[in-house]
Structure formats: C-alpha cells, structure tokens
Write a protein that binds this ligand. Structure first.
Ligand SMILES: [Fe+2]
Ligand SMILES: [Fe+2]
Length: 273
C-alpha cells in the first residue's frame, strides 16, 4: 500500500510561528491595539447630541429616596465640620442655574434637563467625605440613576459632569459639566453661612456673609455669563473675595469657553473681568 507523501519537514517551526503571528495581529486589529489607534478621532461636530434619551426627569430624581437621604446627610455632615450650606437650597439653586445656562445658550431641552439633574446631585458625595466628594458622588449617582431607568449615555454625561465639578481636579468635558461648574461657583451668598457668631467666621464665612446679592446673568445674544455680586465691603473686601475664589473664577472662564461663551464678573456694578 502506498503512503501519501509527507509534507516537507519544518524543523524550525516557521509555519506555526507565522500562523501565530497572523492570529495575534488579527486579534490586535479587532481590539484596536495597532498603531492606527494613535490617530485621534474627529470630535463629534454636535457634542450636545445624546441619544437615546431616557426622559428621566429632575422631579423623578428629586423624589428618589436615596437622593433625599444622601443630600440631607451630606449637608448635616458638612455642618459638623464647619462648612457652609450644601443642602437642598444649594442643590435646587445649582440645578436651576445649570438648566438656565444651557437653555439660554440654545442647547436642547433634554441637555438642559441633564444639567439640572447634575446640578441637583453634584454635592451628594459629601456625606461620604468632603475630600474627593466629586468622585464618590459620581459613583453613588450611577446606581441611583440606573435605578430610575436612565440610559447609559445620559448617565455617562452626568457622572463626568459631577466628577469634574471641583477645581482641584475638574475640567469641563461636556456642556452639562460646563454649566454645572458655572452654576455651582455662582452660589455665593450670606444665607449659606451657618456660623452665627461673626467673631468665629473664617475667610469663607466672611466672604459668603458679605455677599448680599448674587445673580448669574446669561445673555443669549452676546453669549456672556456674568456673575453679578453685591458685596458689603465693610464685611469683606473685594481682594478677599478673589483670594479664595480666584481658582473658581478661572474654572468658570474655562467652562464658559467650553460653551463658546465668555465669563464675566461684576462686583458692586464694577466690571472686573
Ligand atoms: Fe462640590
Ligand atoms: Fe456645590
């Protein structure tokens, strides 16, 4: 019986090696781990397009038991360590200003509502710890929003906004985050000071206490975001204001640029920026 001819010998195993190399290259291609991945993708021309929308409303978020509990705890615990008010007043105001910023700058209604939701939730992480509260807040928010049925795309936008709202690590990465930064930093007011005895005020209390009126004016046509403050200079000087708020103002300027607008500040009627 004749035998089939044997394949040619391959003592160095070159055939097997070539096959393995090809398989690895194919796998890397599928994972996008080739030199091609270094080529930056074109940014989307309309970053405000977020689909699919889940239509979870601010009212639903406000009604969630976890949200109510955690905001209330955050405010209580910050009070224990001597911080200004960070409760429902601050959450509600930042939500409202954030909505207003995007709405007046021409973003769609859903994007403005996401800014309101991010604004309402942004300081919730303070009940875990003041340090890194933007990061812990984002982690806690994930479960709550998924619990309400929000889509991953929208949850992603809100978590990025919350995770980036503090000046130590924050950068405006999407319109919701930019609106949140400006809204949050605009809430400077004497009603936030908890210490009753002025002789015990620290610089934050003194500056907040000196602010009799604060308002973020959004001019849709000029695309300007102007923080208008009325300060009682008997209680704190304008320099003191800038001493503690300079980094926040720089962050607001970057946030406004992200929204293709300009951040301005007026104190007692004088334009300072
Ligand atoms: Fe915060
Ligand atoms: Fe805040």
């Amino acid at each position: 019986m004749s035998r089939a001819a044997k394949p040619a010998a391959d003592p160095a195993g070159r055939g097997r090696t070539a096959t393995r190399v090809k398989a690895v290259e194919e796998a890397r291609d599928q994972l996008g781990r080739t030199a091609k991945e270094a080529v930056p993708a074109d940014p989307p021309s309309q970053p405000q397009e977020i689909r699919p929308s889940s239509q979870v409303t601010l009212a639903e978020v406000q009604g969630h038991e976890g949200v109510q509990t955690f905001i209330s705890l955050a405010d209580k615990y910050l009070g224990e360590i001597g911080y200004t008010e960070h409760g429902f007043r601050h959450a509600g105001l930042v939500a409202k200003i954030g909505f207003n910023v995007l709405h007046r700058l021409g973003f769609d209604d859903r994007m403005a509502e996401l800014a309101a939701i991010a604004g309402y939730l942004h300081d919730m992480g303070n009940f875990v710890s003041r340090s890194l509260h933007s990061q812990t807040g984002a982690s806690i928010t994930y479960d709550l929003l998924r619990d309400l049925g929000m889509s991953y795309k929208e949850v992603g936008v809100i978590l990025a906004a919350i995770g980036n709202h503090e000046e130590e690590f924050g950068t405006p990465v999407n319109p919701v985050g930019a609106a949140l930064i400006v809204a949050d930093k605009s809430d400077v007011h004497r009603s936030r000071v908890r210490v009753k005895d002025p002789t015990l005020f620290d610089i934050h209390d003194r500056v907040n206490h000196s602010v009799e009126h604060s308002f973020l004016r959004v001019d849709s046509e000029q695309r300007t975001l102007t923080l208008e403050l009325t300060i009682d200079t008997e209680l704190a000087g304008v320099m003191e204001y800038f001493e503690i708020f300079l980094s926040r103002m720089i962050m607001c300027r970057r946030a406004a640029e992200h929204l293709e607008s300009q951040f301005k500040i007026e104190i007692n009627g004088a334009k300072l920026l």
